[in-house]
Design a protein around this ligand. Structure first.
Ligand code: SAM
Ligand code: SF4
Length: 329
């Protein structure tokens, strides 16, 4: 098991398949993009599948989430999903994507064994989408969402980050749209993980702001702590049900005590937390001919050192060197 000194057990593995992206969301990346990892630095498909195999068969991982950067930019993604689906025990598999490539890939991802997708969409207004992501691709994201629903990659969850002055007033419209389309909407508080280091606590839209805005149009009833488990989203029943809305309040209501995650970057580094400042190099072990057992031991040791919390509230908090897109959000 991947257990830490606080008794938490990691069962959920986030795997970044690439640090590249075809959008430039302002809260994530600068307009000019970033210094991308070189091909020799990236794990190969075989290396990724081997590490997931070790995690699933030796370390108690039951859920695998593919992310990035934009994971659909990875040419081998369908093959990776197909091979992970054949592992025993077979983990649950999901994907976090900006949705642009889903129209093309949803059916083959489903056929390969993917269970669900989370699609990130922050606005329904084309002009705001263009300002927020610096690309004119709203129609492609909406087509991708419809393709995911049609391919039964359900429940299709939609992740939204609200930014003041851009889409800060859109929460009720987004919820009405999600209910209508059968998508499960979750708002994510903006975190200090942008490459530009532009995050300011007093400039961000908080969970409290989001709930107040939603309550101008909907009645929200808390679903209760019991149903939350280790899920980061707190959920509310909308207008008596059956629809729900979630809020992931990593900044104002952190859920670190219940965290069950371990992360693998596209260049083979284990991270214990989004906000960790240390990484453990599994790629060197893989390429140095280490045995599965030795790699599992290194991974366990890394997780044993997981910190109690993100440290966001600590005055000495330092943003991690890598931005969200390079860690794998
Ligand atoms: N490109 C894919 C996407 O956008 O879904 C996957 C990677 S992205 C880094 C994963 C999630 O992180 C997205 O839902 C995105 O909105 C979120 N995200 C990125 N930067 C963030 C930030 N600074 N604060 C909060 N969420 C952020
Ligand atoms: Fe790309 Fe996702 Fe970052 Fe947006 S949030 S720039 S889609 S990695």
């Amino acid at each position: 098991m991947l257990i830490d000194t606080y008794g938490r057990v990691a069962t959920d593995l986030r795997v970044s398949l690439t640090d590249r992206c075809n959008l430039r969301c302002t809260y994530c990346m600068p307009e000019e993009g970033l210094q991308w990892l070189g091909k020799p630095d990236l794990l190969t498909d075989d290396e990724i599948v081997r590490l997931i195999d070790i995690a699933v068969t030796r370390l108690g991982i039951t859920e695998v989430r593919f992310t990035g950067g934009e994971p659909l930019l990875r040419p081998g993604i369908v093959g990776i999903v197909d091979r992970v689906a054949r592992l025993a025990p077979r983990p649950q598999m999901s994907l976090t994507t900006n949705g642009i490539g889903l129209k093309r890939t949803a059916a083959s991802l489903k056929a390969a064994g993917l269970d669900r997708v989370n699609v990130s969409l922050d606005t329904l207004r084309p002009d705001v989408f263009k300002a927020l992501t610096r690309r004119d691709r709203l129609a492609d994201v909406l087509a991708g969402l419809a393709a995911a629903r049609a391919a039964d990659l359900t429940p299709v969850k939609v992740n939204t980050v609200l930014m003041p002055g851009l889409n800060g007033d859109e929460a009720p419209d987004l919820l009405a749209w999600a209910i209508d389309g059968g998508y499960e909407l979750r708002f994510i508080e903006q975190m200090p993980l942008d490459a530009q280091h532009g995050w300011k606590r007093d400039g961000m839209i908080t969970a409290g702001d989001i709930l107040a805005s939603l309550r101008t149009r909907f009645t929200l009833t808390p679903e209760g702590a019991a149903s939350r488990g280790s899920a980061p989203a707190e959920r509310w029943i909308v207008d008596g049900g059956p629809h729900r809305v979630g809020v992931i309040a990593s900044v104002t209501r952190p859920f670190c005590a219940a965290c069950d995650r371990t992360r693998l970057t596209a260049d083979g580094q284990v991270r214990t937390c989004l906000f960790a400042r240390e990484e453990t190099d599994l790629r060197a072990a893989l390429r140095g001919d280490a045995s599965d057992e030795a790699i599992a031991r290194t991974w366990k040791l890394a997780m044993w050192g997981k910190k109690a919390g993100s440290g966001l509230d600590d005055p000495s908090f330092l943003q991690p060197d890598r931005p969200m897109s390079a860690i794998g959000g």
